[in-house]
Every structure is written in C-alpha cells, then in structure tokens.
Design a protein around this ligand. Structure first.
Ligand code: NZQ
Ligand code: ZN
Length: 384
C-alpha cells in the first residue's frame, strides 16, 4: 500500500427532511448567497424547503449555473460575493452547481485572474465557506475538494482541487432526487461506476480493503442502479444509489492505491468539444480504454471479471473480453450508449483531442503514465 494522508471534513446530513436542519449548520450572522441551476429546484419544492429553513436570515440568490458550469457565468456570482460581502455560500443542485460554487468560493478572495486557479493550478489560499444541498447523485462533489469548470470562450473544461473548498456540510435527501429525468439518473449511475473504476482498475497495490470497498460499490450500483431507474420513487433504492455515488468519490477508496483518471480527462475533452453530458462521455471512453489497455491492466481486470461479474471460466483473454463486454452492456442497459456514433459524433469532431492534451503537457495519463496522445488516439478509434 502507498503512503497517504486522509482527512475528510464534510458533515453529511442524510435522509428525509434533513434540509430543515441547515439553519443550524450556518453561522447565525452569515450573509448567505444561495446558488442554483436552471430552476429544477423551484419546480420540485427544494427551493421552498431551503427558504423556510433559512427564514429570517440574510439571504441572497444566484441562479442560472448551467450544466458543465461556465467560468463566464460564475464570475457574475463572484462580483455579487465581493460587492455584498457574502460570507457563506449555499449550493443547491447537482454537481455543476456544487462545482461552480466551489469555484466562486475560491475566486472571490483570489488576487489576480481567477481562471488561473483552474488553468495554472494557482494555489488557493482562502475561500468563502460553503454548504450544499445535493439534488443529483453522481459526482461526489458533495463530499470532496474538487470541481470541474468550463470556459466557453476557450472551449476548455478543466478540474481544480483545494482543501479549502470542501463543503462544511452536505444534505443528501433522496426525496429531492425524485424529480430527476431518467437521463440524469442514467448519467449518475455511470459517473459513480467510473469513479470507482478510475481508483480500482489499475494495478495491484496489496490493498485488499480498498479493493473490496470498490467492488462493494460496483456491485451495489449494478444491483440498485437498474432498480432506481425502473422505480424512480422507490426511496430505498434511491437512497442506496445516492450513498454509492458519494462513497465513490469522497476519497476513501482511493487512499493508498494508484489511480487512473485517463477516462475522465478524455471525457472532459469530448464535453468541451461536442457538449456531451459528463456521464455519456465516460460510458464511451471507459470500455474503449479498457480494451486498449487490457494487457497493462490484466491483473485487476481479471480480478474485476471474477469478483464483480462472476466470470471464472475461459482463458485470460476471454475473461478480460467478457468483463469489458459486460461493462459496456451495463452502461447500455442503464440507458447510456457507449459509442461516439450513437450521439452523432463523427471521428473528425474528436480527432484534435490527442493534440489538445499534448499542448497542455498531458502526455502521460493513467496510473503509470502510459496513456500517451498516441494511446488516446487508439482509444478514440475504438470508441467511434
Ligand atoms: O440546472 P437545473 O435546473 O437544476 O437542472 C439540472 C441540470 O439540467 C438537472 N437537475 C439536477 N437536480 C435535479 C435536476 N432536475 C430535476 N430534479 C432534480 N432533483 O440535472 C441537469 C444536470 O445537472 P448537473 O449538475 O450538470 O449534473 P451532474 O451532477 O452530473 O454534474 C456534472 C458536472 O460535474 C462534474 C462534471 O464534469 C460536470 O461538469 N464533475 C465533478 C466532479 C467533482 N466535483 O468531483 C467529478 C466528476 O467526475 C465530474 O467531472
Ligand atoms: Zn465523473
């Protein structure tokens, strides 16, 4: 096992009716800015629940944070935070609202061009404290220190991380997710699944606990994912899915083990260029990447085949191929196509990706740095 330091400070308030408790989690004299997306929270009652939990408090609002949150939009909120001396941010929505709010939190006190936080990984030395009410299980943003921000004018989508943007608390009430359209549930299942795979399907590190935690999340997603899609108002299924998504990317399963993340980096490029949903890009890239990298990932791929899919017979080649086939079939079964062509994306639309990565100096992605631009090219060819 590799050395690690781990501290996750996020307080989770899980379950029905937990939004009513947020008043106690935010300092009494705070000047609060509530951030949200395109309006789903006004239609499903979450906005009203938040308002009544904060009745009588100093409270401003900023709506309109779009999926794949844009720097341009977020900077408008930064101006409000600065002008109104906001000292607490409350993000209410999906991963995009949470990520966007993390950026606002870091950008408001930042000296210089805040895009540098994302582009140049400029150190974040101060951030406005934030809390979240999550309405879409998928990203894990509610319990981690990362955010992914898009710059529309530059056609870029890039991550940043800082311990200062961990939420102080996150409310996870599965009932707030009953209004989600099937497409977002489907995306969320794939996103959570791939988060686990990025931290698990690498090479053995003598970390059987991390392996079994990862396998537990994958097996639970395989069980509960289709159930929560078929029965959108089944509270238990939704609660189990929601907790899986949080556990998939709150840092725990990735401690002390190598991590990949090439699928995410390639996926972000596809979103930046073609606008596909995050989950859709992952469903396209992961099976193709496993195919191309199967020899290097052999030991874990065989373990995954056996422990997650119960594949015990056949040659090593056959077992690996079957595990990749089952993975692809699972994504398709939960409603997310796994080929670029299924979204009408021609190979020409993504052919600049290896070069874009190279220009950024990202020439050695993956757990061993073996995913070069040439390998990315092969992955995109398999994904066509
Ligand atoms: O904007 P509103 O009106 O709220 O509608 C949203 C949006 O259109 C809707 N929605 C959310 N909750 C709803 C709802 N509709 C009905 N009922 C509800 N309860 O869903 C749509 C998609 O929302 P979005 O927040 O974009 O989805 P998601 O949570 O999948 O977030 C995706 C973003 O997170 C980033 C992705 O790259 C992408 O930008 N990621 C963040 C990570 C992190 N912070 O650690 C890791 C991930 O790998 C990922 O990269
Ligand atoms: Zn993701």
């Amino acid at each position: 096992m590799l050395n690690f330091e781990y501290r996750n400070p996020v307080k989770i308030l899980f379950g029905k009716g937990q939004i009513s408790k947020i008043g106690k989690e935010i300092p009494a004299d705070a000047r609060i800015l509530m951030t949200y997306g395109g309006g789903s929270i006004k239609r499903n009652g979450v906005y009203d629940q938040v308002r009544s939990a904060l009745a009588g408090r100093s409270f401003a609002e900023f709506g309109g944070i779009e999926p794949n949150p844009r720097y341009e939009t977020l900077m408008k909120a930064v101006e409000i935070v600065r002008a109104e001396k906001i000292d607490f941010l409350l993000a209410v929505g999906g991963g995009s609202v949470l990520d966007g709010t993390k950026f606002i939190a870091a950008a408001a006190p930042f000296q210089g061009d805040p895009w540098d936080i994302v582009l140049k990984k400029a150190p974040v030395t101060s951030a406005v404290p934030l809390g979240t009410v999550l309405t879409l299980p998928a990203t894990g943003s509610e319990m981690n220190n990362c955010a992914v921000i898009s710059h529309a004018a530059r056609q870029e989508k890039l991550p940043f991380a800082s311990d200062l943007v961990y939420p102080q608390f996150s409310v996870l009430d599965p009932e707030t997710t009953f209004s989600l359209p099937p497409r977002q549930i489907s995306n969320g299942i794939v996103d959570a699944f791939v988060h686990v795979m990025e931290q698990y399907l690498t090479f053995p590190a003598d970390a059987p606990l991390q392996d079994r935690l990862a396998e537990a999340i994958l097996l639970t997603l395989i069980e509960e994912g289709p159930k929560t899609l078929a029965e959108p108002r089944n509270y238990e299924a939704r609660a189990n899915f929601m907790w899986c998504a949080t556990m998939a990317l709150n840092g725990l399963i990735g401690q002390g083990v190598p991590q990949d993340w090439a699928t995410h980096m390639i996926g972000h490029e596809i979103t930046a260029l073609c606008g596909l949903d995050h989950g859709q890009t992952l469903a396209i890239v992961l099976p193709a990447l496993l195919e191309v990298q199967r020899e290097r990932k052999k030991a874990k791929l065989l373990q995954y085949a056996e422990r997650v899919w119960g594949i015990t017979s056949g040659t090593e080649e056959e077992r690996m191929a079957e595990a990749i086939r089952r993975t692809r079939e699972f994504f398709e079964r939960v409603g997310v196509p796994t080929r670029l062509s299924a979204y009408g994306v021609a190979p020409a639309a993504v052919c600049s990706i290896p070069e874009r990565l190279e220009r950024r100096g990202w020439v050695a992605l993956g757990e061993s740095g073996e995913v070069t631009p040439a390998v990315v090219n092969r992955v995109l060819a398999v994904a066509a």
